[in-house]
Design a protein around this ligand. Structure first.
Ligand SMILES: [Zn+2]
Length: 339
């Protein structure tokens, strides 16, 4: 496939028309579920319905769901790439209009609020003893990244002290729009958490929180209403043309690769947060994909590979031994020498 694939456009193919093009009998935006092994009666009363608002499908019998690409991939039992090719070849499919967002928010707008919030967590570069233990023992971080790439908030009182400083400087409305209120969910339950900053041109443009008391849901919190940019994007402006550039999924793997393997790495924050221009951003570098072999990693890898492929750029792949993720591999004493 040599022409450029516009994934956003493909995702806007009218899902009902796609279903019809696949030969599914659609009536009143419903059809008989094709996941036949899950329906002993062959799903005679249609359980799979199409949501015209979100352009997604869901079966209320067996719970399979997804967007147009998932529909084609599941129905035809093909991979992501083939499903995209199928949809790209169906010129006659109606495209839904691009959704207008009333208030397009970019984290850069609220950079000053994130800076103040992060700097106020503590004045020096220290983290609490508890966070120190977690970062070093559980995550395998080096202490050189503590303070700059990660700080921690110990509970509700600590959170309130920080937010009082922020509230003194910024209006209620700006704070709400910055999405930073999202972290109140942890603070309210007195859950201690790490805060990871995302830098762009040296400024903090995003923050993600990660609880350290357990792995209970939600493990992480994003800023409310703002989608995360690429992590460690600043590394691109420091890289020489032709250098190796690793791409991984998640902050923690990116930090491990960055500090332990001393490689240049950027992180994508999940399959829905991959910028369409990622291939263009990385066009001067020798891109190596280092994704975990879990669901999030595989999904993100599929989309990233597709975006590079469709702009005619080749990528290499680094596979960690035994299907481990970067953190586990590192904690088990695995070496990154030679990657
Ligand atoms: Zn079903």
């Amino acid at each position: 496939m040599s022409e450029i694939v516009d994934l956003e456009k493909i995702k806007r193919c009218d899902i009902v028309q796609v279903a019809v093009s696949l030969g599914l009998p659609v009536k009143s935006n419903k059809t008989n579920c094709f996941n036949s092994s899950a329906h002993s009666n062959g799903d005679r009363t249609p359980s799979l319905s199409f949501d015209l608002e979100t352009n997604r499908f869901k079966c209320f019998g067996c719970n399979i769901s997804g967007d147009v690409i998932d529909l084609v991939a599941t129905y035809k039992s093909v991979n992501f790439k083939s499903a995209v090719e199928y949809l790209g070849g169906q010129d006659t499919l109606k495209k839904l209009p691009v959704k207008k967002i009333n208030n397009p928010v970019d984290g850069k707008t609220y950079s000053e609020i994130y800076e103040l919030f992060f700097q106020t967590i503590n004045n020096g570069l220290e983290v609490s003893d508890r966070a120190y233990k977690y970062c070093i023992e559980k995550r395998g971080f080096r202490d050189s990244i503590l303070g700059g790439f990660v700080k921690d908030i110990e509970g509700l009182d600590h959170y309130n002290r920080i937010m009082n400083v922020v509230r003194n400087r910024y209006s209620k409305n700006d704070i709400r729009l910055s999405g930073i209120d999202a972290f109140f969910k942890y603070a309210h339950d007195n859950i201690p958490f790490l805060v990871y900053p995302f830098y762009d041109h040296g400024k903090i443009v995003y923050l993600i929180a990660r609880r350290i008391d357990s792995n209970d849901h939600p493990k992480k919190l994003n800023l409310k209403g703002i989608s995360p940019p690429l992590f460690n994007i600043d590394t691109l402006s420091r890289l020489e043309k032709g250098s190796d550039l690793y791409i991984t999924e998640g902050i923690e793997d990116a930090l491990i690769l960055y500090t332990e393997a001393c490689v240049d790495v950027i992180g994508v924050m999940g399959v829905n947060c991959i910028p369409n221009n990622i291939a263009d951003l990385c066009k001067d570098f020798n891109v190596i994909l280092a994704f975990d072999n879990d669901k999030a990693g595989r999904e993100a890898k599929n989309v990233v590979s597709m975006l590079f492929l469709s702009s005619g750029q080749t990528v290499e792949e680094f596979v960690l031994p035994d299907g481990l993720d970067a953190t586990d591999y590192h904690l088990k004493g695995g070496s990154f020498n030679g990657i």
